[in-house]
Design a protein around this ligand. Structure first.
Ligand code: PGA
Length: 241
């Protein structure tokens, strides 16, 4: 929930023009921006007008298709606004809106039904990590949040330890590696093409630590918060990717 429509357009424009200096960068990785709902259309218009190779996504969606759900945004509306992706179950949604795994699962399913790819977020709290429950918590979140019909084509998993989000303190490479290996194994129970599903790490990713994180086996990308609010730091991470 940052900035204005003009600011969002300027930010994505800034990102795109810095990336244009990096030869073939968009052929070597996929780049997705997920602005606030109200900023989707102006950002989309700018991206399309300039023919930038940047994908568009949203930060949440309703479980419903359409109807009397005042204040909600249907996945079909997001698709209609040019989105290909939607984030579901971000820890801030889980915490501030009491979103459960069941609801997150229903959102992911609704997103799939509207042709969107769901980025399903999971992550343990500091208490859960310190009390040795991190793997159990993530295992249970994966089990209950990933819907039937999920595949590497329509689903991305984002592992974001809650304590690492916005704290400036990313998880250690060892902890990231262990959790991403675990998530890949868990996905085996869910998907035939589990080897291909993208597993992103999120939580205080910045240009200074991105290369080290991207080198970790089973890390296929990053979900970036604070560092995506400045074109230079987003593109620093893009170059590391
Ligand atoms: P951060 O946020 O990169 O600022 O830690 C991540 C997120 O918002 O999911």
């Amino acid at each position: 929930m940052n900035g204005s429509a003009t600011g969002a357009v300027a930010l994505v424009q800034g990102i795109a023009s810095l990336m244009a200096n990096e030869k073939n960068i968009t052929e070597r990785a996929d780049f997705l921006v997920c602005p606030a709902f109200l900023h989707l259309s102006p950002v989309r218009n700018m991206i399309e007008h300039q023919h930038y190779d940047i994908l568009l996504g949203a930060q949440d969606c309703s479980v419903h298709d359409f109807g009397a759900y005042t204040g909600d945004i249907a996945p079909a509306m997001l698709a209609d606004s040019g989105c290909q992706y939607v984030i579901v179950g971000h820890s801030e949604r889980r915490e501030n809106h009491e979103e459960t795994d069941t609801l997150v699962c229903a959102k992911a399913k609704a997103a799939h039904e509207s042709g969107l790819k769901a980025i399903i977020c999971v992550g343990e709290t500091l208490d859960q990590r310190e009390s040795g429950q991190a793997f159990d918590v993530i295992g249970a979140q994966i089990k209950a949040s990933v819907p039937e019909g999920a595949s590497a084509q329509n689903t991305v998993i984002a592992y974001e330890p809650v304590w690492a989000i916005g704290s400036g303190k990313a998880a250690t490479p060892e902890d990231i590696a262990a959790m991403h290996d675990f998530i890949r194994e868990k996905m085996k129970e869910k998907l035939a093409d589990y080897q291909d599903i993208r597993i992103l790490y999120g939580g205080s990713v910045k240009p200074e630590n991105a290369s080290e994180i991207f080198k970790i086996k089973n890390v296929d990308g990053a979900l970036i918060g604070g560092a995506s609010l400045k074109a230079e730091s987003f593109v620093g991470i893009a170059k590391a990717a």
